[in-house]
Design a protein around this ligand. Structure first.
Ligand SMILES: Nc1ncnc2c1ncn2[C@@H]1O[C@H](COP(=O)(O)OP(=O)(O)O)[C@@H](O)[C@H]1O
Ligand SMILES: CC(C)(COP(=O)(O)O)[C@@H](O)C(=O)NCCC(=O)O
Ligand SMILES: [Mn+2]
Length: 900
């Protein structure tokens, strides 16, 4: 644990324009690191970074709870109700007002080789926790906005076109054609199957239309393939973080493309055949070229020549191939010499398969590995070269390659990139898309009118990687996992095959040649994962209620990941931390569900699933998009939820809250005895002290045995000797209490971002909130929407506040004014309370269910609250303190940035 530190930090600022902090809400590896709060100032980084992982696949909806449980970005409908101004309305989002019978939840792209299916599942209905309704109403006031987009999830699946039946079975089994998913109707009226129309593109939309009518009773609405490709590509490039990346010499780099600087570009879709499209805008494009030498050529010729049974097998063969045995090199022609005058090295391929003519070898005499590699290089170079020529023709600098020929295969991408780079002398750049083969299907999906999908923005989409999605068994897809039980069974089988799926495919570097004077692409082809697991495509969650935090000074530069795990040392470190912590977490999770056999089985499946993710990411850190520590921690929470551990720390949190609440009255008395200045300082120290002690961690539990919570709290508070590492207390005090000649200037509204349950919130944050309230500042407590380790959630806060309010008039009046004490209000309503002049104490959820907050995607509730806020205090923690604030463990940061 050397070098690993935690720092309590209190950041208080009223200079919102300058807020571009990374908020590391709390990374919690309880047994491993000392936990404390801190703030980390944003590292300026032009690459946005957020890949959200984990998540669910369509499973039976979890148990009743007013919070939606499916994602770290819970799709709470809070804002909707408020926005619609009618809390009675359960599901005010009217997506397709005039349609009831011709809606489908999926679209198809039926190509020459593969069928791509994109389907939508809707979020189940959500309601607002009663106690918070008033807050939500109050806060959202004036921020009316209607959301035309329905929240839900987009799933991506593919099948071989030759196995159309599998696809039809899949559609039937999921009841996609009946307009329902997971028993949730798209809208209230049961759809009329007879009139069902589904959008489809690709040649198969024409070829198989009758079959769809016959088998599923649905009509196909044909969408133009090129229209769809372009619509899909534009959508992905605008709306998905880390969609595009470059791949050169084995190095993958995500590229964030500025929306305003996207066009024009060349789109090269490498399917069975290749289409090249110059794209100038949404719906503005021209198919400028194509080639019949494409994916079908590689797979078709390859199959004939190698007798391979699957595309992947062929691709895998290539990784062990040496194409020099079959390609004719410049050196073969020039007696081992370069043809330097025209820039061709001896190792350049002069003629693909050229040696097959001169050699007296038959097909059987050639290694299938060599044939496959030679073929792959031939086709990839050719595509790269023709693409470059077309980019040159129209002066295009960027070429995006899509289509399933790419298949996320490092060597293929390197080869294409090499060709583009070489021929354009670095002027043009090849880029690839994570949803490579799904462009057409997505485009077809988006062509459903009134879906509002094209209005979706980056911050409303969250991608997750549930076990079912990337790891679904089978060749191309597995049997659809109908419910959690099937998923667990699948995980149990998975572990048997686990090594096969997670271990790299051994391969020798192909010592092969380059072309046109450039040397061999150095990427060795890397690991070719089984097709299912190599789908670097998760489930896309559409969450229309998410917003960019309005006080972010520069959302483009904001980077929520303070720790970038593309640094291998970091990754390894965290991998170890998380792996070591896993058994304990599983114990807690299982205990939280009553320790039943079912819970144990789920716990086991969770451990397997999370380990598989970790193994996958160790092997390929960018597998799910750019990876940061925040993503990894979120993945763990998601994975817990996937196996229906809704709140692993439930009882621990309860105990901590109880213990802390029991000593709160003493603490409040102590505070009230102090003079103003001493009290303010003590409060700040208290916030820092309470955040240091993390009652979920073993170290703290030990401590807790050694003394009472209040003793420990006081002790650590006393250790907070000023000056702190960052110490703006005097400035803050001046604003709060005034100084000679200067009056105190109370803030209008404060947002307090709360972190842990127990001492942290009860002894640290609530007393601070109370002081602010006392001074006439409205306080909004901002908490997680869903449980994540021992974080306190927005749902839990009203009860905690109610309990605290029993001992404190200020809190009670404020909580009543904020509508948190619903019962108290109705019980003691005497008219005067209703109009009580007390400033309100409110609670909002932050829209997140992860230990780390990403201010680019917060609940609309929080966004609204922030618009009227005047002071912002955040309590967070960080780990590598010396890295981030160049400090030591338990250093305190109290940063106050007054408005200029
Ligand atoms: N599992 C697979 N089965 C068949 N072909 C695959 C597979 N994975 C990748 N491919 C490659 O992808 C190509 C199909 O790409 P795709 O974009 O789906 O085109 P199409 O629309 O023509 O079906 C195939 O010709 C082959 O080269
Ligand atoms: C005909 C196609 C548009 C069909 O799309 P695909 O199924 O290959 O994805 C495509 O195969 C293609 O563009 N072929 C190349 C034809 C040419 O321009 O030479
Ligand atoms: Mn296609």
């Amino acid at each position: 644990m050397a070098g690993l530190t935690g720092h309590p930090v209190l950041e208080i600022g009223d200079k919102f324009e300058e807020l571009q902090n990374n908020i590391f809400n709390n990374n919690k590896n309880k047994e491993v690191i000392d936990k404390a709060g801190l703030v980390v100032k944003g590292e300026e980084n032009s690459n946005n970074n957020n890949n959200n992982q984990g998540g669910e696949r369509d499973m039976a909806p979890p148990t009743s709870n007013s919070l939606h449980r499916s994602g770290s970005r819970p799709q709470l409908d809070l804002s909707k109700a408020a926005i619609q101004g009618n809390s009675e309305e359960r599901d005010p989002t009217i997506l397709l007002p005039n349609q009831s019978d011709d809606i489908s939840h999926f679209a198809l792209d039926i190509g020459g080789s593969l069928i791509k299916l994109v389907y939508f599942s809707r979020h189940e209905g959500q309601s607002i926790d009663d106690k918070r309704k008033k807050t939500v109403k109050e806060i959202s006031n004036g921020s009316r906005r209607s959301y035309p987009i329905l929240g839900g999830r987009l799933h991506f699946v593919k099948f071989e076109t030759s196995k159309l039946n599998e696809c039809l079975d899949f559609i039937s089994s999921k009841q996609l054609h009946n307009g329902r998913i997971d028993s949730h109707y798209w809208n209230s009226e049961a759809p009329n199957k007879e009139n069902a129309v589904i959008k489809a593109t690709g040649g198969g939309a024409y070829k198989f239309a009758d079959l769809f009518k016959e088998r599923l009773g649905v009509s196909i609405d044909k969408e133009d393939e090129m229209d769809c490709l372009v619509a899909g590509a534009n959508f992905l490039l605008k709306a998905i973080r880390h969609e595009a990346f470059t791949h050169m010499e084995g190095h993958k780099e995500f590229v964030q493309i500025d929306h305003n600087d996207l066009f024009p570009y060349l789109l090269v879709n490498v399917g069975s055949g290749v289409s090249m499209i110059k794209v100038d805008g949404d719906g503005k494009f021209q198919r400028v070229s194509g080639t019949n030498v494409g994916g079908g050529t590689y797979w078709g010729l390859g199959r004939l020549l190698t007798k391979c049974n699957s595309f992947d097998e062929l691709l895998e063969l290539s990784q062990r191939g040496d194409n020099r045995t079959i390609d004719m090199l410049v050196g073969d022609i020039y007696g081992g010499m370069d043809y330097s005058k025209i820039g061709l090295s001896a190792s350049t391929i002069a003629s693909s398969f050229g040696k097959a003519i001169s050699d007296k070898k038959e097909l059987e005499d050639h290694r299938p590995e060599d044939i496959s590699l030679s073929l792959l290089r031939m086709i990839s170079y050719n595509i790269g070269q023709i693409s470059y020529l077309n980019a040159l023709r129209f002066g295009l600098k960027r070429i995006f390659f899509g289509g399933f020929f790419i298949r996320g295969h490092a060597y293929t991408m390197d080869t294409i990139s090499f060709a583009v780079h070489f021929w354009s002398q670095g002027q043009a750049q090849a880029m690839f898309l994570r949803h490579e083969g799904f462009l057409g299907a997505l485009g077809a999906f988006m062509s459903y009118e009134k879906l509002g999908l094209d209005d979706l923005m980056v911050h409303q989409l969250v991608e997750r990687f549930p076990m079912g999605a990337p790891y679904t068994g089978g060749k191309i897809h597995g049997p659809p996992l109908g419910n959690l039980n099937e998923k667990i069974s699948w995980m149990e089988k998975f572990v048997l095959k686990g090594t096969e799926i997670t271990a790299p495919v051994p391969m020798a570097p192909p010592g092969t040649t380059g072309l046109g004077g450039f040397e061999v692409p150095s990427s060795k082809g890397g690991t070719l994962r089984s097709d299912a697991s190599a789908l670097n495509v998760g489930v896309l969650h559409l969450v229309p209620t998410l917003e960019v935090f309005p006080l972010l000074a520069n959302p483009k530069m904001y980077e929520p990941n303070t720790i970038d795990l593309s640094d291998h040392c970091e990754l390894e470190y965290w991998f170890t931390v998380l792996s070591e912590h896993l058994p304990d977490l599983v114990d807690k999770a299982v205990a939280s569900e009553g320790g039943t056999d079912d819970a144990k089985r789920r716990g086991d499946a969770f451990a397997r699933a999370f380990s598989a993710h970790l193994a996958r990411l160790m092997e390929e850190p960018a597998a799910y998009g750019k990876l940061g520590l925040a993503n990894l921690l979120e993945l763990r929470e998601e994975c817990l939820r996937e196996f229906q551990f809704l709140d692993a720390y439930r009882s621990i949190k309860q105990r901590e809250n109880e213990v802390s609440l029991a000593v709160l009255p003493d603490l409040l008395m102590e505070l009230d005895r102090m003079d103003e200045e001493a009290r303010l300082l003590t409060l700040i120290e208290g916030v820092l002290a309470a955040n240091i002690f993390d009652w979920g961690s073993r170290a703290c539990v030990d401590l807790y045995h050694k003394g009472t919570i209040i003793d420990i709290y006081r002790m650590s508070r006393n250790k907070m000797q000023r000056p702190w590492r960052v110490d703006d207390f005097d400035l803050f005090r001046e604003r709060m209490l005034g100084s000679e000649g200067k009056k105190p200037r109370p803030h209008k509204r404060a947002l307090l971002f709360v972190d842990n349950s127990g001492a942290d919130v009860v002894l640290g944050m609530l007393p601070l909130a109370r002081e602010l309230l006392r001074r006439g500042t409205e306080v909004v407590l901002v908490a997680n929407s869903l449980p994540a380790l021992n974080d306190v959630t927005a749902m839990e806060l009203p009860d905690i506040v109610a309990e605290a309010a029993k001992h404190c008039d200020i809190l009670r009046r404020a909580a009543e004014a904020g509508g948190l004490l619903v019962d108290a209000m109705t019980n003691t309503l005497d008219g005067s309370k209703e109009n009580c002049s007390s400033v309100p104490l409110m609670v909002v959820e932050n829209g997140c269910g992860s230990p780390c907050i990403d201010l680019r995607q917060v609940s609309s509730e929080l966004a609204s609250a922030a618009k009227h806020a005047d002071l912002l205090a955040m309590v967070k923690n960080q780990r590598l303190a010396e890295k981030l604030i160049k400090g030591e463990i338990y250093d305190c940061v109290c940063r106050y940035e007054p408005a200029s």
